[in-house]
Design a protein around this ligand. Structure first.
Ligand SMILES: Nc1ncnc2c1ncn2[C@@H]1O[C@H](COP(=O)(O)OP(=O)(O)OP(=O)(O)O)[C@@H](O)[C@H]1O
Ligand SMILES: [Mg+2]
Length: 320
């Protein structure tokens, strides 16, 4: 049986004065999956998260979380969500443990349950050693982990993570990814924003790219990569004459020639048949090859290709 999506956003619009941040966003998140919201700085990711988590009112459009409308049933929405904001929301002067217990009490846990839940989370997030220290002595990575722990105190089924790994070193980022993966394994529905395309690629089931107030691309990482283009085969040859040979005899298939670097680039299908044919031709023509590289499109390519078109799009809209 098909279940209704947990988060449904329809034609969401939000402006700050003349700044039309969201101009009609549609998206939905299925139960137990992660949607990653990508977009350049200022695209409106935090604005989206704040609306979805009831902290900010939209101008128009509708948002439901577990069937509850965020504007008319904000209380019910708050009961099922956890939020880790872009800027830390923990109290600097309290210890890690005190922050957790305080949040537990705010969620109306008994003193005993709050203490137990705090201990559980300190262990899960590897913060036991730092538990009795004031948060102002924590490193950035420890703070981010505490931030996420605090938002999980009531074990919410839906979580919003606004750039949970920004500013973390590579090791701390891996720890955070593990923690997030664990949440997903437990069936938590997650909406995450990130600047790290690698993060979206690794964790998310669906990626939504927003820019200029609109959704400009949507799909799995693979689908998005397929949209921006084919694999590239880059052949580095040993001699200039070899490169010339390619330029003249394979001019219908070669996409780019870099004379300085002695490289010829071909666009190829992912199944390998093109590559075989090209290598066969090189062998037959006795062109000496120094190295072969195959570049698959990355999410970076998607991001740069699609968000690059923004100024032009806006101009066209302005012309209308
Ligand atoms: N309270 C506010 N008042 C006025 N303008 C705001 C307010 N909050 C955000 N904005 C503007 O709305 C736009 C979107 O901001 P938002 O914080 O949602 O972007 P973002 O995608 O989260 O960016 P980043 O990647 O830098 O976190 C920006 O132009 C920002 O200046
Ligand atoms: Mg933001």
């Amino acid at each position: 049986m098909h279940q209704a999506p947990v988060i449904v956003v329809k034609d969401l619009v939000k402006s700050y004065g003349d700044n039309h941040v969201l101009r009609g966003i549609d998206l939905s998140v299925e139960r137990g999956t992660m949607l990653a919201l990508l977009g350049p700085n200022g695209a409106g990711k935090t604005t989206m998260v704040r609306i979805l988590s009831t902290l900010l009112k939209p101008d128009s459009g509708s948002v439901t979380v577990e069937g509850n409308d965020v504007t008319t049933h904000a209380e019910s929405v708050r009961e099922v969500i956890g939020l880790t904001g872009q800027s830390a929301a923990v109290d600097e002067l309290l210890t890690g443990r005190e922050n957790l217990v305080m949040m537990g009490r705010l969620y109306r846990l008994t003193a005993k349950s709050a203490a137990e839940r705090a201990q559980e989370l300190l262990e899960e997030f590897d913060l036991v050693d730092a538990a009795e220290r004031p948060v102002k002595t924590y490193s950035g990575g420890m703070r981010r982990r505490l931030d996420l722990a605090v938002s999980l105190i009531a074990a919410p089924p839906v979580i919003f993570l606004d750039e949970p790994t920004t500013g973390l070193d590579p090791r701390s980022r891996l720890v955070m990814w593990d923690i997030i993966q664990n949440l997903m394994d437990k069936g938590t529905t997650i909406l995450l924003t990130t600047q790290y395309l690698e993060e979206a690629d690794k964790l998310a089931d669906t990626i939504v790219l927003i820019d200029g107030g609109r959704v400009i691309a949507e799909g799995t990482a693979e689908q998005l990569k397929a949209q921006v283009g084919q694999d590239r085969l880059v052949i580095t040859v040993q001699t200039k004459s070899g490169l010339k040979h390619i330029q003249t005899t394979m001019k219908d298939t070669v996409a780019n020639i870099d004379t300085d670097a002695l490289k010829a680039t071909f666009l190829v299908e992912g199944d390998g048949t093109d590559i075989q044919a090209i290598l066969g031709t090189l062998k037959k023509k006795k062109i000496p090859v120094a190295s072969i590289d195959i570049h698959k499109p990355t999410l970076d390519d998607v991001f740069l290709t699609l968000t690059d078109t923004k100024p032009q799009q806006l101009q066209e809209e302005g012309d209308l």
